[in-house]
Design a protein around this ligand. Structure first.
Ligand code: SAM
Ligand code: ZN
Length: 277
């Protein structure tokens, strides 16, 4: 297991910021800071502890992987991949199991991909999702261990956003593709479980965090009805934030019949503005 060359070239030592090179089953910088390549194919560049509860749990990751494998969000993945046209580096910030990044790489045979996530459990799956995909454990709230201007397409799908780092790593001609849930996403499930609400001002906040450094180039809504089996409903709930609140999940066990739900997302494509950092 190795990382794609283009990924290694863009990565920087998370201790000193120098470039890194493969050295046996590790990445190493000239100052000899070394990061082991796990046998499951990902590299952990973290050197500080991440607050408990930040990463998705193994149960959440498994639920997400099963739900995505059933194809419910395949049309959304195609929409994302269509916005990612490049032969350069595609980085997925908060990539989870690498589902969206793998689709984008399949559409771009000359491109390489880097999956950043704080969950090693998720990245074990991501590392196997596509052969041109490299997986790196990192906390998106820390300065990213990546060279400035090294990224052609940045994906951010239902994951934390760090606008300053987005801007620093993106090439001036690069694009940022953000997907977030809209109000009412899976709203029908509220009759089954006590779901955590999507923040009604989420979209406003999405733009307000990004507009200083990015301009919105394109936005589209993606609304689709789905019929979910009781097992799919369980996965859909367990892959989201409500999974952290077991007392809200009681209704799942009583569910016997399929449920009609509405999925509702907004996809936004941004281009970096020229700003003095
Ligand atoms: C809702 S999941 C979305 C995963 C993936 N984009 C998808 O849609 O399948 C959010 C992901 O963000 C990751 N995450 C949360 N906080 C993070 C942080 N501070 N740094 C890196 N990843 C983080 C979680 O581990 C999880 O994999
Ligand atoms: Zn170093």
């Amino acid at each position: 297991m190795t990382l794609p060359d283009a990924v290694v070239q863009a990565l920087r030592c998370s201790v000193c910021g120098d470039p890194v090179e493969p050295a046996g089953h590790a990445l190493r910088c000239p100052k000899r800071h070394s990061f082991d390549l796990a046998k499951q194919g990902y590299v952990n560049l973290l050197h500080a502890k991440v607050p408990a509860g930040t990463a998705d749990t193994a149960e959440m990751v498994a639920a997400r992987a099963e739900f995505l494998a059933a194809g419910h969000y395949a049309p959304l993945a195609d929409l994302v991949a269509r916005q990612a046209k490049t032969s350069g580096l595609i980085v997925d910030a908060g990539a989870g199991t690498g589902y969206y990044l793998a689709r984008a790489l399949e559409r771009n045979p000359g491109a390489s991909g880097l999956a950043f996530d704080v969950s090693a459990t998720a990245l074990r799956r991501a590392a196997k999702a596509q052969e041109r995909l490299g997986a790196v454990v990192w906390n998106l709230w820390e300065p990213w261990p990546l060279a400035g201007g090294s990224v052609s397409v940045l994906l951010n799908v239902f994951a934390p956003r760090n606008p300053a780092q987005f801007h620093r790593v993106l090439r001036p001609d690069g694009v940022l593709v953000v997907v977030s849930p809209r109000n009412g996403h899976l709203g029908e499930l509220a009759s089954v479980v006590d779901l955590l609400d999507v923040d009604p001002r989420k979209e406003e906040r999405l733009d307000s965090g990004l507009t200083g450094r990015f301009e919105l180039a394109h936005r589209e809504d993606h609304v689709r009805g789905l019929t979910l089996s009781p097992e799919d409903v369980r996965r859909a709930v367990m892959m989201g934030p409500t999974a952290h609140h077991p007392q809200r999940l009681a209704g799942l066990d009583r569910l016997r019949d399929p449920v009609e739900v509405t999925t509702s997302f907004v996809l936004s494509v941004y281009r970096p503005r020229r700003v003095a950092e």
